[in-house]
Write a protein that binds this ligand. Structure first.
Ligand code: H79
Length: 424
């Protein structure tokens, strides 16, 4: 079996992925937690099942948008907490096949993304608000929590575990090679072996030896000796960890920040709180500058369209990525600390200066005197002249630095102007 380091190589090179939250909740259009937040019963939620008919579903178009944005892999919700399955599971009737959609939507997703050359991931919720044997009363994650009707309910959690393990087996057997499985999530005492996590991992590794597994089955991925189910990568949600992620041995742990474009994962019709392309680019650079990935989310609507606002952002990010992708792919943290004017990313001998704040005058590179072989504006490959500090004897704090003048008063790219420095 490959080591984690070998398994995660492609992932850490690719750096940028697309997260897709899509399911019945696209119809009420108030986010993927709508059933819980509004305490809807299964009956209240049933109309959405009865009418689910995404006539615009075109995963090729999704894959093309992801590819044009510079994303290299995708993760789609095969089942979210509401328990609804986009795939044709033999273990439930609560699936797309039995809605007016009448087909396995995961099969088409896998086909489309793979043929566009993207890696393919499955999100699978280990929480399940639909299954009869998933705890309801008293479980703060459940929509029917504290509902009198469920007081003293007799559930057989093993039946749920058999179902859950069985669905994972289906997902990792019926769709060819899958690159990522993204479990969501453990909480309170519902963690680790409560999910029979060791058994689950052994099954997963026997079916898909190279698949990457997130860390949400539980355990401690940062430990000296992580549990077998502690996962391949850490999954901070809606945050970029300030110092990156180090384990107890002070080694880098692979991580992927998952980030929404507005304030919801699932489609939310009235949520217009979108991030700007600049914020998204800066977030991606922030991740890479700390050895992390970014999984950027879209929530397609009931018809299967990614919202126009999201597509516009992806397109703008893609435009920047086409010119500056070399400062992202295969890159990680630099040996230099964070500069005053922006961020560094690095790949071997190539140092990428992400200039956010040009200030006036030339840009100063602390510690690089005599170390720069050449400097280029990454966007167009044009030469930038490197100057050693003048009057360095009077200003000892700049004596070991270098200056680069950028052409013109304005930055050529308003979001993030990247200077590629080849180091000696
Ligand atoms: O799938 C996405 C989220 O639905 C899921 N993980 C990502 C990838 C997620 N579930 N829970 N959480 C994230 C964090 C918990 C949020 C909660 Fe709440 C706070 C649950 C109840 C209170 C937010 C606010 C959701 C409902 C109300």
């Amino acid at each position: 079996m490959k080591s984690r380091e070998e398994r995660t190589k492609w992932f850490l090179d690719d750096r940028f992925g697309l997260f897709i939250h899509w399911g019945l909740y696209a119809i009420p259009a108030r986010g993927e937690w709508v059933r819980s937040r509004e305490r809807l019963s299964i009956e209240d939620y049933q109309p959405f099942f009865d009418e689910f008919n995404p006539i615009h579903y075109d995963p090729r178009a999704w894959a093309k948008a992801a590819k044009a944005a510079g994303q290299k892999y995708a993760v789609l919700t095969t089942k979210h907490h509401d328990g609804f399955c986009l795939f044709d599971s033999k273990l439930t009737d609560y699936k797309a096949t039995n809605t007016p959609a009448k087909r396995d939507l995961i099969e088409e997703y896998v086909e489309a993304f793979r043929s566009e050359g993207l890696k393919v991931g499955f999100y699978y919720s280990i929480i399940d608000w639909h299954h009869d044997h998933y705890p309801k009363y008293g479980d703060r994650q459940h929509p029917m929590r504290d509902n009198e009707h469920y007081r003293g309910e007799k559930i057989d959690f093993n039946q749920y575990l058999e179902y859950m393990h069985g669905q994972v087996r289906e997902l990792l057997t019926n769709y060819g090679k899958i690159d990522v499985i993204w479990f969501d999530f453990s909480y309170d005492e519902m963690t680790g072996e409560k999910w029979k996590a060791t058994e689950l991992i052994e099954m997963i590794r026997s079916l898909q030896p190279d698949i990457l597994i997130d860390n949400r089955l539980g355990g401690n991925i940062m430990a000296n000796e992580p549990e077998i189910y502690a996962g391949d990568f850490y999954s901070p949600e809606q945050i970029v960890p300030p110092q990156g992620i180090l384990n107890e041995k002070n080694e880098q742990v692979p991580w992927e920040a998952c980030i929404t474009l507005n304030d919801n994962w699932g489609y939310a019709a009235h949520d217009n709180n979108y991030k700007s392309p600049k914020q998204v680019i800066h977030a991606l650079v922030e991740c890479v500058s700390k050895n992390g990935n970014m999984l950027l989310n879209v929530g397609p609507n009931a018809k299967g369209d990614i919202p126009e606002e999201s597509l516009d952002i992806l397109e703008a990010v893609g435009k920047w990525m086409r010119q500056n992708g070399e400062s992202i792919y295969g890159c990680g943290a630099s040996f230099l600390s964070k500069p005053e004017w922006g961020r560094y990313t690095q790949k071997g001998n190539y140092l990428y200066a992400h200039v956010y704040d040009r200030g006036i005058g030339p840009i100063y590179f602390q510690g690089l005197k005599g170390k720069i072989k050449r400097a280029r504006l990454l966007a167009d490959g044009s030469e930038l002249k490197v100057q050693t500090p003048w009057m360095a004897e009077q200003y000892s704090d700049i004596a070991n630095g270098a200056f680069i003048d950028l052409p013109g008063a304005e930055l050529p790219d308003e979001w993030d102007t990247v200077i590629e420095l080849e180091l000696l």
